[in-house]
Design a protein around this ligand. Structure first.
Ligand SMILES: Cc1cc2nc3c(=O)[nH]c(=O)nc-3n(C[C@H](O)[C@H](O)[C@H](O)COP(=O)(O)OP(=O)(O)OC[C@H]3O[C@@H](n4cnc5c(N)ncnc54)[C@H](O)[C@@H]3O)c2cc1C
Length: 403
């Protein structure tokens, strides 16, 4: 008698979503509302994802002087004219409606003077960043998870996708101990910066599930990708104290007045430039010998957070203040040490406007997909992309499964 692993029973659904970040949750909620029987399988706990760590906010053109066209123009410029403008047009024109959809699902954005509290983020020509304090991603994922859990969708936590094959009329997936067959699959498994940083011996802002194997499965199935080599450094990783290394200091610090300074106290770059330019400027400044050193001998520059008005910090940066003050550093009383940290996979699987990859019946949304940001993403457009294209991919996958 040998040992035979148990043969898992096959579960049948219309739509299988892989991943429980903002994009997977938006896709699953939307597919279920479109009438599909939905399964959502994810690697760890349902709460475990990059989306929940997103602090700064989400972009949408609500300002009186703003428009989806200006938003799109900023994306084009920040991407160095590499973004897919058909996807960008959808992203920016559906942004306001998507914010209202999130509100209907329970997200309460920070308001002031009868409107949304808007900040200007790096590369933006207008104030356009909506926030929920500095825990926007947590608020969005919590609301969408609660909506999903109250629906007919079935969730499979701790069930990583380990194989995916095409069968007649759909797909067969192995997710942990489960075998799931579905008419359409939505890949929403995020990026790979956690693994990439480990391999480079660097810090990353990402959660440990961001390892990228799902992209590899899709490529093996024949899906096309773009800009996969374009990884983004967040300009402001925490450099000191040790427990803040790998923490992404919200870009809203700079939106509310913080500036980058070298060892001589000089501003050496436009602190609200596109992310890749700001990160490059910090690397260059350190290379020129004008950086500072952390107590454990790492390179850094100064982020002068003392310039942030106290009221703005209390409304829009309470979590950041709490984290630093718990480590006996008051960012409103002294500058903090910062250095770029590996943060985001700009490229990914090619998708069309419905979120379908180049393989029929295989959809993708969120960080695993490419095109919307070209080779350099603007802050606040990732959560937006997750929700705009998650909704689209969920609806289209439900339609595909019903066809
Ligand atoms: C610290 C931090 C701050 C950020 N701040 C902002 C911000 O302010 N604004 C903004 O717009 N963006 C921000 N971002 C970027 C943004 O949060 C993410 O890019 C986006 O939320 C990604 O969402 P997602 O759904 O595509 O992936 P994720 O949220 O990463 O979710 C991926 C899911 O897939 C699961 N998974 C992975 N592999 C498998 C597998 N093999 N099988 C099953 N499941 C799998 C994971 O466990 C996870 O549940 C930030 C990111 C970080 C890390």
């Amino acid at each position: 008698m040998g040992y035979y692993p148990p043969v898992a029973e096959t579960a049948h659904f219309d739509v299988l979503v892989i991943g429980s970040g903002a994009s997977g949750l938006a896709a699953a909620v939307s597919a279920e509302r479109a009438g599909a029987r939905v399964a959502l399988a994810t690697k760890g706990a349902l709460q475990s994802c990059n989306s929940a760590k997103a602090q700064g906010g989400i972009q949408a053109a609500f300002g009186g002087d703003d428009s989806p066209e200006l938003h799109a123009a900023d994306v084009w410029k920040s991407s160095h004219e590499t973004a897919d403008m058909q996807l960008v047009g959808i992203l920016t024109s559906e942004a306001p409606d998507t914010i209202h959809w999130l509100e209907e699902n329970g997200v309460e954005f920070t308001k002031e003077n009868g409107g949304y509290r808007l900040a200007r983020c790096g590369g933006a020509s207008r104030k356009r960043l909506l926030q929920v304090g500095d825990q926007t991603g947590l608020a969005i994922t919590k609301a969408l998870r609660e909506t999903l859990e109250a629906s007919s969708a079935q969730t499979f936590p701790k069930s990583p996708l380990t194989s995916l094959e095409e069968i007649e009329n759909g797909w067969r997936a192995r997710c942990g101990d489960h075998v799931i067959e579905a008419g359409a699959v939505v890949l929403a498994a995020g990026g790979r910066c956690y693994r990439e940083a480990k391999e480079r011996g660097e810090f990353s802002t990402n959660h440990p599930g961001a390892t990228g194997e799902t992209t590899r499965f899709a490529l093996e199935l024949g899906a096309e990708a773009r800009d996969l080599d374009a990884l983004q450094y967040h300009p402001n990783g925490g450099a000191w104290p040790e427990n803040m290394q790998g923490y992404s200091i919200p870009e809203t610090t700079r939106a509310y007045g913080a500036v980058l300074l070298n060892a001589d106290g000089e501003e050496f770059t436009d602190s609200l430039g596109p992310r890749d330019q700001v990160s490059r400027a910090i690397f260059d400044e350190v290379e020129k010998g004008k950086g500072v050193e952390t107590p454990d001998g790492r390179p850094a520059v100064l982020l002068d957070t003392t310039r942030i008005p106290e009221r703005d910090a209390e409304i829009s940066l309470p979590y950041m203040l709490h984290r630093y003050r718990s480590a006996s550093i008051d960012p409103l009383g002294e500058p903090i040490l910062t250095y770029p940290v590996l943060h985001y996979q700009n490229g990914g699987l090619r998708i069309d406007e419905r979120g379908e990859t180049t393989v029929e019946g295989l959809f993708a949304c969120g960080e695993i997909a490419g095109g919307t940001h070209g080779r350099n993403r603007m802050m606040g457009n990732s959560l937006l992309e997750c929700c705009v294209f998650g909704r689209r991919a969920g609806r289209a996958a439900a339609e595909r499964a019903a066809a």
